[in-house]
Design a protein around this ligand. Sequence first.
Ligand code: B12
Ligand code: SF4
Length: 397
Amino acid sequence: MQPSAEHMRIAARLPALAREFGFEQAGVAGIDLAQSEARLERWLELGRHGTMGWMARHGRKRTRPAELLRGTLRVLCFRMHYWSREAAPALAVLADPDKAYISRYALGRDYHRLMRRRLRRLAERIASMAGPMGYRVFVDSAPVMEKPLAAGAGLGWIGKHTNLINRHEGSWFFLGEIYTDLPLPVDDPVGDHCGSCRACLDICPTEAIVAPYQLDARRCISYLTIEHRGPIPLELRPRIGNRIFGCDDCQLVCPWNRHARPTEEAAFAPRRGLDNAGLTSLFAWSEDHWRERTRGSALRRAGYAGWLRNLAIALGNATRSAAAMESLRKRLSHPSEIVREHVRWALERQAGDQDAAPQTTLSIRRAEPSQAAASTTHSPAADAGGGPRSAARRTAT
Ligand code: B12
Ligand code: SF4
């Protein structure tokens, strides 16, 4: 079906509508994901999804939008920034072995509900212009290939670290979609601008980016600390450093993030001091306290036992101290064997003679949202030790 003048008009209004609902950018993708389907199948065959069995479920609904929602002709793709200018500087937290590093995306309110609500209202607005239309909104909540779709809609390209990168605004954003039967005109994809850069491959603490554009999730700290429920492989534990929930290294080092803009969304501002918390204080949280403190937060995903398991690893990598030992010993009788085993490992590390915090042997170039784009006086970029385009270096131990 060809787009009518009315459809052209709606597509032209999409960017302004997106901004009205708090998104930075919108684009329209077609539904042919044949190339991504082949790549996904290969990725699954190689077992790179680890224990994320849900990635293999749903047959081809993930790569065939019309099989997920009958009648779908187009996917309207949106992105929303999440890096908050109020967050403590990432590099400083990463460099302090006694602090807990939490991925920037998880410091504020959970994005899923917030974005889905906005997308629903946005879709209703489009329907009020277009007349009755079939649609459904998604935010990381169903079998949807969000990155290839967003790439098809011209929002950016899939970088070597496998995140979507926008040439003007980096990669610190979430993706969301509206599947629809409106035959809107499709946007042009943008080219790949990674060039010969391999900063993300080189910085990755666990060598999870096994080749450009190929991520083995089983080695990725994000998978290990958020999605994986079992014990974390021994050889990877020291490399996790103080990252207790997710990992941002491959994006921190990406030169395109020097152009990133912080979020305007107050809901994504860090909550409860979690951007700069000490390991021992978080490890002391009871399950009730954890529940209360993580209400409405993406941090819930790891579960309480996962939270303790991750903190135990970080404490095993922390500065050797009586306080760390004491805090670990209190968890030796935790009901979860996984927690107890990680605590024993951490106590051995604390008692051993290895250096604390073996994080990474590489240095990171600052890639936090640019100060130029910030409208308040507090800037994470400035705190990280450099002007907007300068490089702050983290030297590893
Ligand atoms: C599963 C998943 C994960 C897994 C696996 C990650 C992955 N790269 O697949 C884990 C738990 C590790 C993870 C981690 C993170 N995730 Co995640 N995750 C997802 C999820 C649910 C599915 C992604 C998927 O389909 N993976 C399967 C593989 C096959 O797909 P793929 O990445 O597209 O991989 C192929 C391409 O790279 C492709 N390819 C593309 N172009 C080219 C070109 C060439 C030449 C070649 C050879 C290959 C190639 O080949 C790959 C197969 O090998 C999406 C939400 C969704 N429903 O889409 C969020 C999503 C991708 N995650 C997101 C985020 C924010 C993260 C983290 C940054 C969180 C954090 N800070 O800890 C990290 C980033 C880690 C990383 N380097 O990718 C965002 C990404 C936003 C963005 N800017 O891209 C998403 C879109 C969620 C959202 N709604 O915003 N995630
Ligand atoms: S998120 Fe961390 S562990 Fe995962 S690929 Fe990026 S740098 Fe490696």
